[in-house]
Design a protein. Sequence first.
Length: 336
Amino acid sequence: MAKNKQKSLKKRPAKTVKPEIQKREKTFLNTENEYLIRRILDSADSAKIPQSASLFISLLSNLTPSMSELTKREGIRVGRALYNERRLKHYLPHEESVADLIFFFDRAGHDRITYSIFPDRFTLNMLDMHKEYIGMKVHQFEAGIISGFLSASKGEYVEVEEQSCSSDGSNNCTFVTTYVKPETQSKNPLKAINFFANHVINEVLKEEHAENIKETPSYYILSSSAITSRKYEKEMKHISAFIGSQIAFGIFPDPKKAGKKDARMLQKALELISPGKPSVKSLKPIKIDIRFDAIHSNSGLIELNCALLNGMLRYHAVQSAKLTKIRTKAGYIIKI
């Protein structure tokens, strides 16, 4: 019986793979991004990321023209992968596909969106992006997602620019299609960093904490892919440490003294910016834990947070301290 079964199996024609599925498999970014996109679409994240943490990533991703360009390219890849994930719905007119783009942003945490679509122009308005003014446009990743999705949908490259930004003085973020490559915006990185640091300082010094919580962790990880690359790790760590030192300068009035109030201030600052769960038990001696769950245990992201914390402790540490990174089944733990 076993021999007969083997013979019959050999005679069966091989299964053919549909061309659309083959193309879909080849176009996907990689396993991790595919996984994150599906988590977003399936609403698999119960926790949310504070807006200041999202703004921190957006700031780092757009400090220089080259980083902005790299971030936009990453967004384009995500947008194309998103289209390939949804294309099995067999859209008829190109315009039908846009509903899935809006659905993705909604599931990612940006649930106040309006848009208009015409044959020659597409406009999308995000009404709930972070409103903290830092003096420059910071949503190249989102512009890239829209560009990548529309390009895949139309079968030709579609350029998208962020026309106005809530972090640059506008009421909302507006993205539009354009037939010319957008001009590179003039940037003042140090000024933007100071604006961001002052925002965090003001939030920490408030008696009541009213930080908005919006983005899902999966979208946060996707948006940080450019700056957590090993290629730029050294530069990003230096910038993160500098930002941490600027924040520390504003929340610690006397670096030589380390009391309970200072520990609370540091914990509030970490809660605003870090995707982990910080516990600042003492600053004299230094006893700090930050726990990262599995989804946030990206090595580049861990390094950024370590650098940020080191910068925050630069003016306040009164004793030498050793930073330890511990990997567990649940994620990562940073201990000092």
